[in-house]
Design a protein around this ligand. Structure first.
Ligand code: ARG
Ligand code: ZN
Length: 894
């Protein structure tokens, strides 16, 4: 059944207090729920409670047990017809955590018990109004065996803890903040804990704790440090203070997503908690910082103000991603002088935009396309998407661009003034921002801007630039369009989508790369943010004394695709000289993209590509020698766009051709720039020499550039490069360098060298599941890996589909990222098999894998046909989950 946004109705009851008692055991857990219920609407609406995979023991109202004729019960709902306006409802039920492989609700992971309730997991714990607009005060009593489960945790404050007979014990927790049930959490297990007491801005003491499996304690220092920095940052940048006496993070090995912001008790995928030099890469340290920040920032944007319904998911997710992006950028720029700070922030911006183009642009072009505030869904678990999260963050960022930092902060303050403690909508957020914007910019408002919440698809902005040397005027015309996508195509293909408000930042450069002062409509500056609000709009710039080269969409000021016919030479000029570092990087990427598409398009006649490749190599050589650029920034410049980003620019899509072209270009650039790579490698080794490992942005950047140079040398089979990679692998004192050595070996070394290194790696790290995930992922993505190789790896004793991280490391990595291995009939059949196998275990994870070929309809005909057969095969399977059904049925009809 399809749920529609327009069908929202308020819940007819309030549930001010929830009192839960758990008798915890992995096999069978008993839950005693005591709810105070008050009718809001006088009409006799029934009390409808959600419940799934539960076993009912008893129901009573005000102490009177109900007999079955007084309620209706099916697999999804419990319906009661209470006569009183206020009463106490008690429900006793059981559930089976050890059998719960969906990892939603209460489940076992290792020897511990965890919960995951967002979006609709609480209904697997007890019958309840499982929707975010019903907010209650929770008191939770946990009882369990004391030796098996020495730690019993839930939201809020520990009221008391005592021993019970028979080796059991009890903990009582009370959360003073009313919350929707999706923020409920409990954890029971035997953990190590690292903790620290901090003083918040107003002088309150708060206890910060990080819990992990016994033995992982040495890998929790970074997480606790990140948490403390998150608390301080939210105080200083957003004026938001921790509202709890105690804030806990717990690492779980089995977890569907990254982490969960349960009030005061965040539960994390252990991949986003555990790190030390030996086992985690720089990228992991960085990801941990951003996810810890993200969940902490939810405490205000998500928990204090939550969503009215799940269509509003981007209200909390887009905003919180924006906040975590800014947190990471501020951390990277910390302590640097202004110019270096800008380049450090730009590195983060490049990574975020790359993530958007890798995951969100394809989504916006495929069968699952949806606005950041969807209008309908079948399964909400399918809408924790790059669109809701990453494009949602871009929509917040545009508001930040339009209002400026002080205006945006004023808008945030207004949002909290109006809505603290409420469950609200995306409109409520924009209303708060709009109230500030109207004051700041009389005559303007966010009316056209709001369409970003309603329209799917990536808009295209085409640019026309006319220069008249006689009048020294430059006429710029911007035109926007956004073709129907996804369901829009079915529902109303002819309807023109109204224009969006696009903040379009640009600059103009002279032929020597020097900035030109822009003067138009009373605005002037080297960068202007134009308000594109119409389908087509024109600006005239005065006093332009030479033909300019435009630097477009600076800092990626809007999530759009820009169309402008640059010459290769203009792109090279921008890549060398644009003073705005994002556009500078972008120009280099565009030039590389041209080379790759030309190579993939016409394998034989590569005459035109040859000139572009030479220009690209010459440009890179200059950039390599530019002392004003950081190693981290250079690494981004020297990273070719990924296949997944490039696929979107091809029509029809021919993935194997693209993969071959990319490999060939890497080899050519490796050869053409041999001396450059050697110099960079040596320089970075010298920079890092004698330092003990630290994950800070500067040393991470040096390692990244060193390993990038090494990878090019190996790709180009430069003599001695393989041996250098091998030496680096065996001698490394940190995981980043270890992987920097091993990755090129696995992709290029002779079989015996590769096998020896992989065996050594497994032997060294077999006790650490997060490191073994890397071992699987590395092999899954190696270009020589075939379906048969992956099947052999699945038979390895360390492999299991039940652990999401492990499934992701092998099956997802192969299906999503091994372009050379998976685009064949055997690859598609393997994918379909794994989707169906996973669906029996964990529908949410299965539905993610089901999306691997969302772009199938745009592929070359032969591949398209082969994938269609597999989609139909999955579709015919009886008892598909709602999750997978929604994905596959949309893929087949759109
Ligand atoms: N709210 C969490 C976060 O973004 C994500 C939880 C999603 N859970 C799920 N099962 N879909 O931080
Ligand atoms: Zn989130």
């Amino acid at each position: 059944p399809t749920i529609l946004r327009q069908d929202y109705t308020p819940y007819p009851f309030r549930i001010p207090t929830v009192d839960l008692t758990f008798d915890l055991a992995p096999g069978l857990t008993q839950v005693h729920s005591r709810l105070s219920v008050e009718r809001i609407h006088p009409e006799a609406a029934p009390l409808v409670l959600n419940g799934e995979a539960l076993n009912l023991i008893s129901i009573s109202i005000d102490g009177h047990v109900l007999s079955p004729e007084h309620y209706q019960l099916d697999d999804h709902q419990l319906i009661l017809h209470p006569e009183k306006a206020a009463f106490t409802l008690e429900i006793i039920s059981t559930c089976r955590p050890a059998e719960n492989t969906s990892l939603m609700g209460l489940y076992q992971s290792g020897h511990s018990l965890f919960t995951q309730c967002e979006a609709e997991g609480f209904r697997r714990i007890t019958w309840f109004a499982d929707r975010p607009d019903v907010m209650s005060r929770y008191t939770v009593t946990l009882q369990a065996d004391k030796t098996q489960f020495p730690h019993l945790l839930s939201n809020g404050n520990l009221l008391h803890h005592q021993a019970l007979p028979d080796g059991r014990h009890q903990a009582v927790w009370e959360d003073p903040h009313p919350k929707p049930c999706y923020l409920f959490a409990l954890v029971a297990g035997d953990f190590d804990c690292r903790e620290k007491t901090i003083t918040t801005r107003s002088g309150r003491q708060a206890l910060l704790q990080v819990y992990c499996d016994k033995g992982d304690y040495p890998r929790t220092a970074w997480a606790l440090d990140c948490l403390e920095r998150s608390v301080l940052w939210d105080e200083s940048r957003f004026n938001l203070e921790l509202d709890l006496d105690r804030f806990m993070i717990v690492a779980a090995r089995d977890f569907n997503m990254g982490a969960m912001e349960n009030k005061g008790l965040n539960i994390f995928n252990s991949a986003y908690v555990l790190a030390d030099a030996q086992t985690a890469t720089d990228a992991s340290f960085e990801a941990i910082e951003s996810v810890i920040g993200h969940e902490y920032f939810h405490n205000w944007t998500g928990n204090r103000i939550t969503c009215r319904d799940w269509f509003q998911l981007s209200l909390k997710e887009g905003l919180t991603v924006f906040r975590d992006q800014e947190f990471s950028a501020d951390m990277m720029a910390r302590g640097l002088p202004d110019s270096a700070a800008l380049s450090a922030r730009t590195v983060k911006r490049i990574d975020d935009v790359t993530a958007l183009r890798t995951a969100q642009f394809p989504e916006d072009a495929g069968p699952m396309a949806h606005p950041i505030r969807p209008d309908s869904y079948q399964e909400i678990g399918n809408f924790y998407t790059a669109t809701v999260y990453e494009k949602g963050a871009e929509v917040i960022r545009m508001q930040h661009t339009l209002l400026g930092e002080p205006g945006f902060q004023a808008g945030m303050a207004e949002y909290f003034r109006r809505h603290d403690g409420q469950a609200v909508t995306c409109d409520d957020f924009v209303n708060a921002m709009d109230s500030v914007y109207r004051q700041q910019a009389p005559g303007k408002d966010l009316a056209a801007f709001r369409r970003w919440y309603a329209q799917a698809g990536t808009p295209r902005v085409s640019v026309d630039l006319q220069y008249d040397p006689q009048t020294a005027q430059c006429v710029l015309t911007l035109s926007q369009r956004c073709d129907p996508v996804g369901v829009e195509k079915l529902q109303n293909p002819a309807v023109a989508k109204p224009p969006l408000h696009i903040p379009f930042a640009l600059g103009l450069l002279g032929a020597d790369g020097s900035p030109i002062l822009l003067e138009t409509d009373g605005l002037s500056g080297e960068t202007l943010v134009l308000d594109l609000t119409q389908t087509t709009q024109t600006w005239v710039f005065k006093n332009v004394t030479q033909r300019p080269v435009p630097s477009l969409l600076r800092n990626f000021s809007a999530p759009v695709i820009v169309e402008y016919n640059y010459t290769d030479e203009e792109l090279a000029l921008l890549a060398r000289k644009d003073p705005e570092p994002f556009s500078r990087w972008e120009a280099g990427q565009s030039l590389a993209t041209r080379c790759l598409l030309a190579m993939a398009g016409k394998q034989g006649q590569s005459g035109t590509a040859k000139a572009a490749i030479d220009l690209l190599a010459a440009t890179w050589a200059d950039i390599a020698g530019d002392a004003s650029l950081s190693p981290a920034y250079k690494t981004r410049v020297f990273t070719l766009p990924s296949e997944r980003v490039l696929l979107e620019k091809m029509s029809p899509i021919n993935p194997p051709a693209l993969a071959l072209a990319r490999r060939a270009l890497r080899r050519q650039l490796g050869q053409a720039l041999q001396d450059t790579w050697q110099t960079l490698y040596d320089d970075m080794c010298a920079t890092l020499d004698g330092q003990t490992y630290s994950p800070d942005a500067a040393s991470a950047g040096a390692r990244a550039l060193k390993n990038c140079a090494l990878a090019y040398q190996v790709a180009a089979t430069v003599s001695g490069a393989l041996e250098r990679a091998e030496r680096q692998y065996y001698n490394a004192d940190n995981m980043t360098d270890r992987m920097g050595g091993l990755t090129p070996l696995v992709n290029h070394a002779p079989e015996d060298v590769k096998t020896r290194a992989l065996a050594h790696f497994y032997d060294q790290w077999q006790a650490n599941p997060l490191v073994i995930d890397r071992w699987f992922a590395l092999q899954a993505t190696a270009s020589s890996t075939t379906v048969a190789d992956v099947q052999a790896l699945m038979a390895h004793p360390a492999f299991t589909l039940r652990n999401p991280n492990r499934a992701r490391s092998l099956v997802f990595q192969f299906c999503l990222n091994n372009i050379q291995g998976v685009y064949c009939e055997a690859g598609y059949a393997f994918w379909a098999e794994q989707v169906m196998a996973l669906d029996q275990i964990n529908p949410e994870i299965a539905a993610r894998l089901a999306r691997a070929f969302d772009h199938w309809g745009r592929l070359v005909p032969k591949e398209r046909q082969a994938i269609k057969l597999q989609l139909e095969k999955i579709m015919q399977r009886p008892s598909l989950s709602r999750n997978v059904y929604e994905i596959i049925s949309k893929a087949l009809t759109l």
